[in-house]
Design a binder for this molecule. Structure first.
Ligand code: T3D
Length: 255
């Protein structure tokens, strides 16, 4: 059984973490398969990506059976999680996490690395790390305090409290909650609507928001100016303006 299933529907790529017996906990093979899937997602024909899990979990984080075999955890993180975290942020297209079930530890971090999240109403969000005496990793501290604010992120991560999908929605961690049997189709519908937008503009918007996290106002204004100049060079910009002037719907090509 492949650790990751990759499906393409038009311009949408769906990546399914596929170790359902262990709630898609990450072992070395799953990291590697995700790395390959994210490489495929760089194809310019792919204009939106959905990340989800098989079975009743999104991901329960690090496979704790394999964990015991790891000599240096710092190196394991550098070699396994970090490249995938960075690959998701480097994708110049939206990556949507469709959280289908329990999401814990580094699985929660990974969902937070994505551009936004939708969830099934039976999904849950479990910090996990502190439950076994660890600190959040795989980008968890970076993204959670940005998404939730430092105080709430700290309180949650250090309490290890399980959060329901409804609470996650109220906190702004997920943007939408749907019935479990509607999650896949809603994720596909959302991804298809993003895939029909000006992909290069979306990619540059993603870069700008990432840059804003650590930039001064002057640096941010400068990058906005540079990327706006680049956006005006795209076919989609020309199409958008032409469609507006001709009073018709635009047909964006992602170029
Ligand atoms: O190495 C490094 O790079 C360091 C990185 C560390 C990053 C981390 O992610 S640390 C945090 C690791 N994750 C956890 O501590 C979560 C452990 N799992 C749980 O606490 C619970 O399973 C859940 C709260 C996620 C779900 O609970 P529940 O009751 O819905 O399911 P369950 O019965 O506990 O789990 C179902 C099966 O999945 C079960 O197997 P079994 O008994 O049916 O054969 C369970 O052992 C397995 N499973 C769940 N999580 C993991 C796992 N197997 C291996 N590793 C897991 N993380």
């Amino acid at each position: 059984m492949a650790e990751v299933e990759v499906a393409r529907d038009g311009a949408v790529q769906t990546i399914t973490l596929n170790r359902p017996d262990v709630l898609n906990a990450f072992n070395r093979a799953l990291h590697k398969a995700l790395r390959e899937a994210l490489k495929e997602a760089r194809d310019p024909e792919v204009r939106a990506v959905v990340l989800t899990g098989a079975g009743r979990g999104f991901s329960a984080g690090q496979d704790l059976k394999e964990f015991g075999e790891t000599a240096d955890i710092g190196d394991a993180l550098r070699d396994s999680y970090h490249p995938n975290v960075l690959a998701i942020r480097a994708l110049e297209k939206p990556v949507i996490a469709a959280v289908n079930g329990v999401c814990a530890g580094a699985g929660l971090s990974l969902a937070c690395v994505c551009d936004f999240r939708i969830a099934a109403d039976n999904a849950s969000f479990v910090p996990g790390f502190i439950g076994i005496g660890l600190v959040p990793d795989a980008g968890g501290t970076y993204f959670l305090h940005r998404l939730l604010g430092a105080s709430r992120a700290f309180e949650w991560m250090s309490s290890n409290r399980k959060l329901s999908a409804t609470e996650a929605h109220a906190w702004g961690l997920v943007s939408e909650v749907v019935k479990p049997d509607a999650l896949r189709s809603r994720a596909a519908e959302l991804a298809a609507s993003y895939a029909a937008l000006p992909t290069r503009g979306i990619g540059m918007t993603k870069r700008l928001f990432d840059h804003a996290d650590n930039a001064t106002l002057e640096e941010q204004l400068e990058l906005e100016a540079q990327l706006q100049a680049a956006a005006t060079q795209t076919e989609d910009f020309r199409e958008g303006v032409a469609a507006f002037l001709e009073k018709r719907a635009p047909e964006f090509k992602g170029r």
